[in-house]
Design a protein around this ligand. Structure first.
Ligand SMILES: [Zn+2]
Length: 80
């Protein structure tokens, strides 16, 4: 699932939203559609790794590999 991160140009709120094909998302705070899209983070990496857990996400390779994540599946981003 392509989850994008946006910053609202009106209220500066940052949020993540699941964007379906062709949809233009709106700010959940002020309903503005003047949004700036940030880099895709491929879902929720590293939220499952607690203290003492292993965190073997290599930031550089992960971010480049996750460039294809908008297609819906990305083996290296760990979603699903
Ligand atoms: Zn807003």
């Amino acid at each position: 699932m392509p989850i994008y991160e946006y910053t609202c140009n009106s209220c500066k709120k940052e949020f993540e939203i699941l964007v379906l094909g062709g949809d233009t998302p709106a700010c959940p705070g002020c309903d503005s559609k003047e949004l700036s899209r940030l880099l895709s983070r491929c879902g929720f990496i590293s939220k499952s790794t607690g203290p003492g857990g292993e965190s073997q996400v290599t930031a550089s390779s992960a971010s480049s590999a996750c460039g294809s994540c908008s297609a819906g599946s990305c083996a290296s981003c760990g979603v699903g």
